[in-house]
Write a protein that binds this ligand. Structure first.
Ligand code: ADP
Ligand code: MG
Length: 313
């Protein structure tokens, strides 16, 4: 039945600039551009759909990864982009889900600039925004002041705000409000380490005499992938780590089940895959951007990320 020739799952790597200029490229090296292959100190080589080196600009990464998906969303396909990786490797920078700190916008702001340029031209597009996070398997609306978690029925989030937006400024405002509301926990690894998954969704409804489509783009800034043992967490934070790793592990299981066209896709085993179920199917498009550090100090986490990303396909 499948007549689609395009891939459902795309896996990309983005290498952030080194914090130690002397170490750049010691641990990992791009050894081929077509196909994109990365060689790491563990003497393994890894092949991906795209590899962005530390020299790639925000615009380059957006143009290759998200721009084609915006076109798909306007044609009615649900699309999802995950930023995965160790804390401090550039997930939030890539998504641009914390826009205050960045003068060079990430995926979210570039996406709505593009969508609103389309709206300006065609006038037949309605756009709604939701922004929520999953923290310890509970869902919190980042656009609401309420600290209460929301109920999930099937894969629908009960009472989640969907705000209609007409201009890039309005969308930017929602992004700012939401990023202020994100949960941040202190761990030994990084005082600002993000322990939650943040999901920014744009719903795009196109309606004119010829077409009627409804689809959404999910831009997901995942929690840090570093292992529980390394962050040295205990008690409630330990539970958090376990929950986070389960969510990340299930995302990979779901993506690889889709890649392999398996009949059973294990959506129900974590909150994030449950909620994104209607976007994570073979009729839609999924991209994983795995963010890594080039520094030797981070090599063991980098290798775990490369293994995770390669295993997703
Ligand atoms: P994460 O969300 O994965 O924890 P961040 O996005 O917060 O990581 O990035 C960590 C730091 O590195 C931030 O100060 C960010 O501005 C910087 N950074 C990450 N990627 C890049 C990049 N490609 N170019 C320049 N700075 C970057
Ligand atoms: Mg972050």
């Amino acid at each position: 039945m499948d007549t689609r020739t395009e891939e459902f799952v795309n896996v990309a790597i983005r290498i952030r600039p080194s914090l130690n200029v002397l170490e750049e490229s010691i641990g990992i090296k791009v050894i081929s551009e077509t196909p994109p292959i990365l060689y790491a100190v563990n003497r393994q080589s890894y092949t991906f759909n795209n590899i962005f080196t530390s020299k790639a600009s925000q615009k380059d990464v957006y143009n290759d990864i998200v721009k084609p998906l915006v076109q798909k969303v306007l044609l009615g396909y649900n699309c999802t982009v995950f930023a995965y990786g160790q804390t401090g490797t550039g997930k939030t920078y890539t998504m641009g889900s914390d826009p205050k700190t960045y003068s060079d916008p990430g995926f979210i702001v570039r996406t709505f600039n593009e969508i609103f340029a389309y709206q300006e031209e065609y006038k037949d597009l309605e756009v709604y925004v939701s922004f929520y996070e999953i923290y310890k398997e509970k869902v919190f609306d980042l656009l609401s002041n309420s600290k209460k978690s929301l109920q999930v029925k099937g894969f629908k989030i009960d009472g989640l705000a969907q705000v209609k937006v007409y201009t890039p400024n309005e969308a930017q405002n929602l992004l700012n409000i939401g990023s202020k509301n994100r949960h941040v926990g202190d761990t030994k690894l990084n005082a600002n380490s993000s322990r939650s998954h943040a999901i920014f969704t744009m719903f795009c409804n196109v309606k004119n005499e010829n077409v009627k489509t409804e689809a959404k783009l999910n831009l997901v800034d995942l929690a840090g992938s570093e292992s529980v043992r390394k962050t040295g967490t205990e008690g409630s934070q330990f539970q958090e780590g376990v929950n986070i790793n389960m969510g990340l592990y299930n995302i990979r299981r779901v993506i690889s089940a889709l890649s392999a066209n398996m009949s059973h896709v294990p959506y129900r085993e974590s909150m994030i895959t449950t909620i994104l179920q209607d976007s994570l199917s073979r009729t839609n498009f999924v991209t994983l951007v795995a963010c890594i550090s080039p520094d030797l100090l981070d090599m063991s986490e980098t290798i775990q990320t490369l293994e995770f990303a390669q295993g997703a396909k």
